[in-house]
Design a protein around this ligand. Structure first.
Ligand code: LLP
Length: 404
């Protein structure tokens, strides 16, 4: 197991590159991928990194070098993956609600495509018939995931074609003699319970016999990582065991055994990421002792948007007595990172680190309040490399057209 970056290293990086700063520990990403490979050692499983979690081109290249494939959710992510050197056969494009033109573009680029609406399935069939294999994203009507904002497989969700519309799906597929190579589901993020995946397998295998050309079943991502001390992550060994048994229970009648695909995002990059900030202001009030850092939900939106818990530490004053604080940002809107959080006594100028910031951290950042987006650094083989410069003032004006 790879040790996390030490507080001393993080302080050095904050001194050198300034704050706010995202830092990624490369070997931790490789370690997480290896853990999956080892857990699924007896299973024919392939992993596609859901790059919506973090798309820095260096992260994509690093992940390509680990041997993992990549899962994309927009044509620009597909282009980034190609730019990072993934061959099209290792790029999966799981689209949602997109214009047909983007699917055509993905086909032209030669990547693997999952289609998630009857409308696009029909258009694809009409135009390409059996010329190009595709997968179908289904909505299995399973409620799973950490909270409703990150649940995608339930019966009110916009994602996938509802599995109860199978008769219509089959009409389209047969009408155009389409080549369906995989069935896909993704039920949510932060799924701790391995049985959710087994339920998905049971649902899919009720219909696999309708598709004689299947080669793989794609169970999506959603493996949970621990965000609080003592919290559990998805037990990936148990998951591998249960998924293996689930597949064994339902042999695919039409041909060879089906390969199992997964699309982990958080599991690969969340724990590798640290978000470093600096304390601007301390404010003691009757409500709380506020620690205002030089960031906000413009840089790390997860606490405000999903009520996500990030472990927070004052790395500048270790050993000092613990006190309770409200950790907040500096933007002109309520942006609470944590309420009533115990930290070593905080002084203005101290560095405050947020853990588990690799997934959906920088990736969901914005320039709200006309603040600069943070810089990004990767630490690899013990050496730090700047992989994204901090914005400068010109970036705020770059695409604006000054007509007045
Ligand atoms: N596959 C598909 C089709 C997805 O939509 C997603 C994530 C994944 C895989 C990867 O899921 P993961 O392994 O990362 O849980 N921004 C939210 C998470 C939204 C996930 C969206 N889809 C957050 O910060 O918690």
């Amino acid at each position: 197991m790879i040790n996390p970056l030490s507080p001393e290293t993080l302080i050095q990086l904050a001194d050198q590159y300034g704050t706010p700063l995202y830092v990624y520990h490369a070997e931790k990403i490789k370690d997480q991928y290896q853990r999956l490979k080892t857990a699924f050692g007896k299973t024919d499983a392939v992993f596609f990194y859901a790059c919506k979690a973090l798309t820095n081109i260096n992260i994509l290249r690093y992940i390509r070098n680990t041997g993992a494939n990549v899962d994309c959710s927009s044509i620009n992510e597909v282009r980034l993956a190609l730019h990072a050197g993934f061959p099209p056969a290792r790029i999966l494009y799981t689209s949602n609600g997109i214009a047909f033109g983007e699917i055509e573009e993905a086909k032209q680029l030669g990547v693997i495509i999952n289609i998630d609406s009857l409308s696009n399935l029909e258009k694809f069939g009409k135009k390409f018939g059996r010329d190009y294999p595709i997968g179908i994203r289904l909505r299995p009507n399973i409620l799973a995931g950490g909270n409703m904002k990150i649940s995608t497989g339930h019966d009110k969700s916009k994602f996938g074609i509802p599995v109860d519309q199978i008769a219509i799906i089959l009409d389209v597929v047969r009408k155009y003699n389409m080549l369906i190579r995989d069935l896909h589901i993704h039920t949510g993020s932060e799924i701790e319970d391995a049985d959710v995946f087994v339920k998905g397998i049971d649902i899919l295998f009720e219909i696999t016999h309708h598709f004689p050309d299947l080669e793989f079943i794609d169970l999506g991502g959603g493996f949970k990582v621990a965000s609080k001390p003592g919290e559990k992550e998805t037990d990936i060994c148990l998951l591998a065991e249960k998924v293996g048994a689930g597949f064994a229970k339902h042999p695919y009648k039409n041909g060879k055994p089906l390969q199992i695909w997964f699309e982990p995002g958080k599991f690969l990059v969340s724990e590798a990421g640290f978000f470093l900030t600096r304390v601007n202001v301390l404010k003691e009030t009757n409500a709380a002792d506020f620690v205002s850092v030089d960031s906000g939900f413009n840089h790390l939106i997860r606490p405000m948007f999903y009520d996500a818990y990030h472990q927070i530490e004052n790395i500048s004053n270790p050993g000092a007595p613990l006190k309770n604080y409200a950790v907040v940002g500096n933007i002109c809107e309520t942006d609470t990172f944590a309420w009533d959080r115990s930290l070593n006594e905080v002084r203005e100028g101290d560095y405050i680190v947020f853990r588990n910031a690799g997934a959906y951290g920088f990736e969901m950042s914005s320039n709200f309040n006309s603040r600069f987006k943070p810089a990004e650094v990767i630490v690899m083989e013990g050496k730090a490399h700047l992989i994204r410069k901090r914005d400068v003032f010109e970036d705020l004006l770059r695409n604006q057209v000054e007509v007045i």
